[in-house]
Design a protein around this ligand. Structure first.
Ligand code: PLP
Length: 379
């Protein structure tokens, strides 16, 4: 059976050009980037080209990019790294209730170590409460971390406004941009972002590679001890093939941004329109306007999302009932609860996240299968 993949917020396929670019660094060019002979220097050069490409996507300097093992590590490094280094300045962190577990659980961990965390509310569209943010800033607030775009409902935060508020109080601003990066244009200088996390496997590069942007004047501590790699901020032999792949994916993302966004928006808007017309009880979760181009998230009344996924899987359709990270957990999504959905509606949610390979015909197939499953009440 043909597989139709609508779960690009969970992970993406490695693009052929990305794969081609990384392959030599597994075989012929297998040098350690820290070795001084030619084979090592070739690897080092590839790493620095990739760093430049990531920096170009974000409009920052290559010296402000640190490679990590993914989005989760970037979030940990930004938040723990900054808080450990600056705990003499205060112990209060502000974040939101709808962050990815990589941020939420990092903050909870810091709470156990004596830090105090404010988890901001969001409105029914999933946008943070800016008044509450302003009122939460205290003399001991040392960091604000708010995600750029949500992985479940796709809501995009007013990043520039948040960054301005943070700057007014001289508090650094970190954003988890794992979902936004490559899907919307991000200029860290124009937006006033101090730290930003991104991940390879969400932008058609492999799993297990990511990067953290840290503005040059921001001091942070490393959280993985060992060798002197990444300017002494992240120990471990460089994942050269992964880094090369991430660089290539960023280069492609930058060059294709407008077309990519247009494609995704077309698929998303068609899907949303059709579902709202044809599927009884369908209710769109998240914001209609401030939304990732490839994200749609619906609740379907009294239907069980997990069973719906199972039925869709039998038709070759991959989607998600919430965040992939919480699959198997019996609790409803913390994001859907935070936007005020009653539990029943949270349990009936279906996230579809469109990508490169999807065609209009694929979306038509998805819609027809959804209608059949839901209106036949076969679940
Ligand atoms: C996927 C994701 C992460 C984690 O990235 P990994 O590379 O899988 O560790 C963090 N934040 C958000 C918003 C994500 O979607």
């Amino acid at each position: 059976m043909e597989i139709r993949y609508f779960d690009n917020a969970a992970t993406t396929r490695v693009k052929q050009e990305v794969l081609n670019e990384m392959l030599p660094y597994f075989s012929n060019q297998y040098g350690n980037a820290s070795s001084i002979y030619t084979l090592g220097r070739n690897a080092k050069r590839a790493v620095e080209t990739a760093r430049q490409r990531v920096a170009d996507l974000l409009n920052c300097k290559p010296t402000e990019i640190y490679f990590t093992a993914g989005g989760s590590e970037s979030d940990n490094l930004a938040i723990k790294g900054y808080c450990y280094k600056n705990r003499n300045r205060g112990n209060h962190i502000i974040t939101s209730k709808i962050e990815h577990p990589a941020v939420l659980h990092t903050c909870q961990n810091l709470e156990k170590q004596g830090f105090e965390v404010t988890y901001l509310n969001v409105d029914k569209e999933g946008i943070v409460d800016l008044n509450q943010l302003a009122n939460s800033i205290k003399h001991n607030t040392i960091l604000i971390s708010i995600m750029y775009a949500n992985n479940e409902i796709g809501s995009i935060q007013p990043i520039e406004t948040i960054a301005k508020m943070a700057k007014m109080y001289n508090i650094p601003f970190h954003t988890d941009a794992v979902q936004a990066c490559g899907n919307v244009p991000i200029d860290v200088q124009k937006l006033g972002i101090d730290m930003l996390s991104l991940s390879g496997h969400k932008i058609n590069a492999p799993k297990g590679i990511g990067a953290l942007y840290v503005k040059n004047n921001i001091e942070f501590e490393r959280i993985i001890d060992g060798g002197h790699q990444e300017k002494n901020k992240r120990a471990g032999t460089e994942n050269v093939p992964g880094i090369v792949a991430l660089g290539k994916a960023c280069e492609i993302a930058k060059n294709n941004m407008n077309k990519h966004m247009q494609n995704l928006k077309q698929l998303r808007d068609y899907y949303i329109e059709q579902v709202e017309q044809k599927v009884p009880m369908a209710k769109l979760n998240g914001s209609r306007d401030n939304r990732l181009p490839g994200n749609a998230n619906f609740s379907f009344g009294n239907i069980n999302g997990e069973e719906l996924l199972f039925k869709l899987d039998q038709k070759g359709i991959c989607a998600s009932s919430g965040s992939a990270c919480s699959t198997g957990s019996p609790e409803p999504s913390h994001v859907l609860i935070a936007i005020g959905l009653p539990k029943e509606l949270a349990y009936s949610a279906l996230r579809t996240t469109f990508g490169e390979e999807n065609s209009m015909q694929d979306v038509d197939y998805l819609i027809s299968q959804l209608i059949e499953i839901i209106t036949n009440k076969s679940i």
